[in-house]
Design a protein around this ligand. Structure first.
Ligand code: NAD
Ligand code: DAU
Length: 339
């Protein structure tokens, strides 16, 4: 079995690569990544030592390049993680999100049609469902909740999902989609809430909380997400969507306070800044379909996962420094300087 993993030098993709090398040692893992700002090639150092792993620096928008990899590697399964993934960046510059997330997905699926494939799996997001009100804790996202996006990012991901379902219906491409809630864990780029706050707090820098910090996200430890994707590949039904989440809802301000407490830093570092435009209020996944059909369930409680995550970053400050040098300084100044 040869699995082509796109975006494998990013956060969730790299965790998935390591999960496959560990859990399915007889499989070959072919990783394709354009190495954008969000990637860190050193994340894959250990994988590079594994004879069942091969890496290609390639852009999923490049049809010739992607076709050439298919001709050489003959993948049986494609798992598409490659994407522009940060909501704030999509608000500043939507175009690259449409190109990578929609057109890049089409290029991959066209290659799958051309060369034949057992499965194309699209890694989707709960953000395609829009948001839920804070005062209705009884409401959750189900697989048939209408698509109702807020940001250019979520719109590009919803478009990609619809394209996958269209390729399934029109061409019979064996597609599955998983839609996951917010992930946390090792190797997440420090533009996202948890690693950004860990990085800033470690250096006694202000922690920029948007609005009043009351927006709620539904947190899933990244390894649990990766097991969920593997379960969809092995047990999921073609043409179906599976929601993955763990009922770990937390307001942003709670997360920030937990991080400060774990690091032994004062709450005076918290700085309330101008809210994100179009900021989604609450995400909350109903994962019961995946649990019932796939026998999947998350195993990491948030209270344990956040400790593991903070400990990982403490032990990998060199990795963090690689991510936060160069363009990151400019990004941070532009995003937060006048906020
Ligand atoms: P990430 O930004 O950490 O990594 C994305 C990876 O894709 C990077 O390695 C980058 O170099 C690569 N990439 C970007 N554009 C590319 C292109 N044109 N060609 C090839 N490679 C390209 O993202 P992540 O947080 O790991 O998210 C992975 C996937 O999971 C995305 O599709 C995202 O929408 C989805 N998702 C993320 C979360 C989350 O909480 N992070 C939750 C649900 C779904
Ligand atoms: O729900 C899944 C989605 O989760 C994924 O599809 C996205 O790829 C991923 O980036 C994530 O999106 P969010 O916008 O929820 O994640 P982010 O870490 O950017 O923000 C989480 C919350 O924290 C959100 O309410 C905004 C807030 N926030 C974020 C940052 C970066 C702050 O208050 N301050 C910050 O500096």
């Amino acid at each position: 079995m040869t699995v082509l993993v796109t975006g494998g030098a990013g956060f969730i993709g790299s965790n998935f690569v390591y999960l496959l090398l560990e859990e399915r040692p007889e499989w070959k893992v072919v990783c394709v990544d354009a190495l954008t700002y969000a990637a860190n090639i050193h994340t894959l150092n250990d994988a590079m030592q594994n004879p069942n792993f091969v890496f290609y620096k390639e852009d999923i928008r490049n049809r010739e390049g992607i076709n050439a990899i298919f001709e050489k590697e003959h993948p049986d399964v494609v798992v598409n993680f490659a994407a522009e993934s940060h909501v704030d960046r999509s608000i500043e510059n939507p175009a690259i999100f449409l190109e990578t997330n929609i057109l890049g997905t089409a290029v991959l699926m066209d290659a799958c049609r051309k060369y034949g494939i057992e499965r194309f799996h699209q890694v989707g997001t709960d953000e395609v469902y829009g948001d839920l009100p804070l005062d209705r804790p009884d409401l959750f996202f189900h697989e048939d909740t209408p698509i109702h996006t807020s940001s250019p990012y979520s719109t590009s991901k919803a478009s990609a999902d619809l394209l996958c379902l269209a390729y399934h219906r029109t061409y019979g491409l064996p597609v599955t989609i998983s839609r996951c809630s917010n992930n946390y864990g090792p190797y997440q780029f420090p533009e996202k809430l948890i690693p950004l706050m860990i990085n800033n707090a470690s250096q006694d820098k202000p922690l920029p909380v948007y609005g009043e910090g009351l927006n709620v996200r539904d947190w899933l430890y990244v390894k649990d997400h990766c097991y969920g994707i593997l379960a969809v590949l092995e047990k999921g039904r073609v043409g179906e969507v599976y929601n993955l989440g763990g009922h770990n809802e937390k307001a942003n301000i709670e997360i920030v306070k937990i991080i400060l407490k774990e690091l032994g830093k004062p709450e005076s570092l918290i700085t309330y800044v101008t809210d994100r435009k179009g900021h989604d209020q609450r995400y909350a996944i109903d994962p019961s379909k995946a649990m019932a059909e796939l026998g999947w369930a998350p195993t990491t409680m948030f209270k344990d996962g956040i400790k593991l995550t903070i400990q990982w970053y403490k032990e990998h400050m060199d990795w963090m420094k690689e991510c936060t040098s160069g363009d990151y300084v400019k990004y941070y100044e532009e995003m937060y300087g006048k906020r």
